[in-house]
Design a protein around this ligand. Structure first.
Ligand code: HEM
Length: 406
């Protein structure tokens, strides 16, 4: 453990167990996420954790996280992003791979996710968002996660990017919802059903004429080694990365944005009147409501990160959520400040694995805020309620009850 001296008080002491026994599933992250991250980034630049594959180091500061994420030759992704993968876990692609295989996938996927490509989805996104709001606007209340944020990303993905038959959507949405937010014991089965569904969907599409979409690209595959095309299951694993990478993550960010809007009238006035404030609000949302909290890498050789030695073979974790709150790159990091001139964060990752869907996520968050506030300008948290979160390597808001005058 590397510990920076600081004020000794009870609040700080609550987090000290994380220095030498870091565990992202520690309830402290679900209950006191902001305080825990602030403590780590200020008092414990490098924590130590233990997993069944051995001990690992957790980098919490921006410059260390950035350095490791960019140096993919030393810090490989091919052992997977999970620190404690469940039995039978599969490796998703391109996330759990290194260049050049990872780059081969990105080269063919990127064109569907550029800022220009996703601009073409704006009108559709706005229409779906308006329809969702119409379903509850007269009620004067909603549970924002289930009624809105969990639905919008899936509508866009499955109707426009990976178009599945419309009749399949209710079952598919239900299984994705159980996998992302349902009871823990039901999640593995729900994941299995989504896996099977996507696999069958790809098989069916392979029998049809090409449609010029992302599915054709997945089916065509890429070279895994020079002169050797990837196997079938890698195509399915790539479809899974796009599906699971893009849904609960964006849902959580939208919910975080709406929590800020519902709690701060001055912020919602600013974003509705000023496109620049809206853009900054979207960046502040992902910075502070980072759905991807931390990801794993494996050291391929002995290395130094700052003053800290990492041995070949050792696992490390990059704490993206903490690095986005590093006072070295962000003044008053806890504040959701739509007047910042620049927002520096690691919420979409840095280096070759930088999020494939970042432009789509930005568009969806912006549309979600605008479509809701246009029709419901003064939402508030329902009296006596606070949002509930679930935390692990991914963080999700489970529910948030809003009320307004219908
Ligand atoms: C607010 C929403 C989102 C956040 C915060 C987010 C965050 C991230 C982060 C941190 C990474 C890098 C992981 C690493 O360094 O190992 C990543 C990768 C990825 N994301 Fe996102 N993501 C979001 C939305 C999306 C969307 C909408 C999609 C697609 C529809 C998507 C698809 C992916 C994929 C496929 C990767 C793997 C890229 C690679 O390994 O080359 N994400 N995302």
């Amino acid at each position: 453990m590397t510990q920076v001296p600081g004020p000794d008080n009870d609040e700080e002491n609550d987090f000290e167990r994380l220095h030498d026994a870091f565990d992202i599933d520690d309830p402290v992250f679900a209950e006191r996420f902001e305080d825990a991250l602030e403590h780590l980034v200020n008092r414990c630049p490098v924590a130590h954790g233990n997993a069944s594959r051995g001990s690992y180091k957790v980098f919490n500061r921006y410059r260390d996280v950035r350095r490791c994420a960019q140096d993919w030759r030393t810090f490989s992704s091919s052992d997977g992003w999970m620190m404690e993968p469940p039995e039978g876990n599969i490796h998703i692609l391109p996330e759990d791979s290194d260049p050049p295989y990872q780059t081969n996938w990105r080269r063919v996927l990127n064109p569907f996710f550029t800022a220009e490509a996703v601009d073409g989805l704006e009108d559709h996104a706005r229409r779906y968002a308006d329809d969702l709001v119409s379903a509850f606007v007269e009620r004067g209340e909603c549970e924002y996660v289930a009624d809105f944020a969990a639905q919008l990303p899936g509508l866009i993905l499955f109707k426009h990017i990976m178009p599945v038959p419309v009749a399949d959507l209710p079952t598919l949405f239900q299984d994705i919802d159980i996998y992302s937010f349902g009871p823990l014991e039901e999640r593995a089965a729900a994941f299995g059903r989504v896996y099977e569904y996507l696999q069958q969907f790809l098989k069916d599409r392979a029998q049809q004429a090409p449609q010029g979409d992302l599915v054709d690209i997945l089916l065509a595959g890429v070279e895994r080694e020079e002169g050797e095309m990837c196997p079938w299951e890698d195509k399915v694993h790539c479809a899974l990365d796009v599906v699971f990478g893009g849904l609960a993550t964006t849902t959580h960010a939208m919910a975080g944005a709406m929590f800020e809007m519902a709690s701060k009238p001055e912020v919602r006035r600013a974003v509705m009147n000023d496109a620049g404030a809206m853009r900054t609000a979207v960046e502040e949302t992902v910075r502070l409501y980072a759905p991807v909290v931390l990801v794993g890498r494996s050291a391929r050789e002995d290395a130094k990160v700052g003053d800290v030695k990492v041995d070949a073979g050792q696992r490390i974790a990059l704490n993206y959520a903490a690095a986005s709150r590093d006072p070295e790159v962000c003044k008053n990091p806890r504040e959701f400040d739509v007047t910042r001139s620049e927002v520096v964060h690691t919420a979409f990752g840095v280096g070759p694995h930088r999020c494939l869907g970042e432009h789509l996520a930005r568009l969806e968050i912006r549309i979600a805020i605008a479509a809701f506030l246009d029709r419901i300008p003064d939402p508030e948290l329902a009296p006596g309620t606070t949002p509930a979160y679930e935390s692990g390597q991914l963080r999700t808001m489970k529910h948030m009850h809003l009320v307004w005058r219908p």
